[in-house]
Design a protein around this ligand. Sequence first.
Ligand SMILES: C[S@@+](CC[C@H](N)C(=O)[O-])C[C@H]1O[C@@H](n2cnc3c(N)ncnc32)[C@H](O)[C@@H]1O
Length: 237
Amino acid sequence: MHKDDYAAAVPFYDLWHEDGHVPMVRELLPLLLQGVRRSVLEIGAGTGLITELIARETPAEIYALEPSLGMRSVLLSRLASDPSTLRRVTVLPYGALDVEVDEPVEAIVMISVLQSFDAEERAALWEVLARQLEPGGRLVFNWRERSAPVPGDLEVMGSYQVGRHAYEVAGQVLEAEGESVTTRFVYRVRQHGVSISEDEVVLTNHWPARERLVSELESAGFTPEPAPEGMEVWRLP
Ligand SMILES: C[S@@+](CC[C@H](N)C(=O)[O-])C[C@H]1O[C@@H](n2cnc3c(N)ncnc32)[C@H](O)[C@@H]1O
């Protein structure tokens, strides 16, 4: 069974990420998927915020891979509310390193997932993804250079009104070493300012520097294509 690091985040996820990377991806991804008509593999589909965008912007069949039971449950609920999308999205309930699609796809989309893989896992990831892509296929993901974070105090990163309650996400960098950053996240529900529910997760994410990323992708046979700031497009020749 997959260790579900995202379980505590699920009720907060759509609220918080509408404030984060999702609006930028909604703006930039459609152009990068132009011409894709047959098939897309989405790695780490989460609650389906990007899946529904891919479905809207392309007529393609979609494989939406998501290992977290909690995230995948919301993804399926989202798909169930739109029967025509539901018919063309196959949900794969496991991690990216286990994926083998029936036929190679035209495009792979991976939004805000790369940080889940450490350097060793990334080497395996690029090989697996290269195998899933047809020749000339494109790999699209988001990435930006980050300055090294400094360990500090717990800070509220977002607070969202849901009826009479406030849903609050707080984070604290505990440790940063090389490309790896360990962060403590606290997910709280407040009523009249008082916490009535609280879950905590400690996650280690990995943020490779550009040089390293380029060398990994090139070693796996990918070549870069022009892409707007914040996004990456790599092709298999
Ligand atoms: C920050 S969320 C992004 C979700 C979605 N792509 C979005 O942008 O809204 C990261 C997702 O990656 C998934 N994930 C973590 N490890 C993974 C792995 N090994 N293979 C595939 N997905 C993974 C998590 O379960 C989570 O749903």
